[in-house]
Write a protein that binds this ligand. Structure first.
Ligand code: FAQ
Length: 329
């Protein structure tokens, strides 16, 4: 899928801009180099717009679908305080989806089209949300480490070039940092609890490690879009950069809790300053992001049902069906 499309040199990237007005393109790139934000009505290359729609839309879908694995634990959260915190977190994730859909809409794709592309399986969403949250410890690992991964990526990209996306990311990161603290607190509680609780959190960590390694995207040499996205400061680091930053920040914290990671080759090379690890299985990743993960069908079915059951509400709000319009409207 992505291996043979890897864009390795500027000449290849330039083919994506071959039809653009060279003067406008040069002005646009000068603005990007100067650190300007590009706003919706500004001139932009067609490829920039296309890439942004793809990436922001996938991100929005990930937040909405991402609410589902943890959402299954709301009714079973251990204790009222944790239930409240989890409900607030899940609600935040859905809110992030709304912010991101609004950012993508500024580029001309309607929310209806984005939703249809998601439920018809045309648009992707993050690999990690295709796995089940089997125990309460899974929800703790998601809230700590998936949110941590998301922050690494989004904090960097919030310094990027497209104004509406960056502003959405600023707000999202502020909330994600609460999620991370909530998740860390839950993991610490389990890791320092009874042998059974410790076993539960270790087991969850073992199951989530490979999906987390996949989360940052394929290795740079296999990435399709990184080069053009970095050229235009949509992505502010490569997939491998982000993965390294995450490993550097979180592996020591995981080990400090006395937990282990299911990769005996995982270690920091003091000479290069880089983490070395066993390459995760990218064939599994490819299957998962193309609709064949353990929960893909279930996730899309839930989203489809929500879409169908909520249609009358949207119609009423948008006044598409006079029957639902109240006298005050
Ligand atoms: N999952 O050429 P690249 C969150 C696809 S938010 C699925 O390297 P790119 C909050 C990629 O789309 C999580 N697909 O792609 C939360 C492309 O396929 P395409 C989401 C993936 O765009 C926490 C192909 O592989 N975050 O977690 C993934 O340069 C807890 C080739 O890849 C964002 O979306 C993947 N992991 O780099 C919510 C951040 N990786 O489209 C609830 C914004 C790659 O050609 C609970 N996105 N693919 O068919 C990005 O930073 C980038 O899009 C990457 C991928 C880094 C994800």
């Amino acid at each position: 899928m992505y291996g043979n499309a890897y864009v390795e040199n500027p000449a290849a990237t330039n083919s994506l801009t071959a039809n653009e007005n060279p003067i406008k393109l040069a002005e646009f790139e000068a603005r990007i180099a100067a650190g300007d934000k590009i706003e919706p009505n500004d001139w932009m290359p067609a490829e920039y717009k296309k890439q942004l729609i793809r990436m922001i839309e996938q991100h929005a879908h990930s937040e909405i679908i991402g609410a589902l694995p943890e959402g299954t634990w709301i009714t079973r959260a251990p204790g009222f305080r944790r239930k409240l915190a989890l409900m607030a977190k899940v609600q935040d994730e859905v809110g992030h989806g709304q912010l991101l859909y609004s950012a993508a809409e500024t580029l001309g794709k309607s929310r209806e089209d984005m939703t249809n592309d998601l439920i018809n399986g045309k648009s992707k969403y993050s690999n990690v949300f295709n796995y089940p949250a089997k125990t309460w410890a899974d929800s703790a690992v998601i809230a700590w480490l998936i949110d941590a991964g998301a922050i690494v990526n989004q904090l960097a990209n919030s310094k990027g070039s497209y104004g509406p996306y960056c502003r959405a990311l600023d707000r999202i990161c502020a909330e994600e940092s609460f999620h991370l603290k909530y998740g860390h607190d839950n993991v610490v509680f389990l890791a320092t609890g009874t042998p059974k609780q410790r076993e539960m959190v270790q087991d969850a960590l073992n199951r989530w490690w490979e999906p987390i390694m996949h989360f940052f995207g394929p290795p740079d040499k296999m990435s399709v879009h990184t080069e053009v996205l970095m050229r235009w400061k949509v992505k502010m680091g490569t997939n491998d950069d982000m993965r390294q930053t995450f490993l550097d920040m979180y592996v020591p914290k995981i080990w400090d809790l006395g937990l282990t990671l299911p990769d005996e080759n995982l270690k920091k090379n003091d000479e290069t300053g880089k983490w070395e690890y066993t390459e995760p299985n990218w064939e599994v990743f490819k299957q998962v992001i193309n609709g064949n993960g353990p929960c893909n069908k279930e996730r899309l079915a839930v989203r489809r049902t929500a879409e169908e059951k909520g249609r009358w509400v949207r119609n009423a709000i948008l006044r598409k069906d006079a029957k639902y319009v109240t006298p005050l409207a």
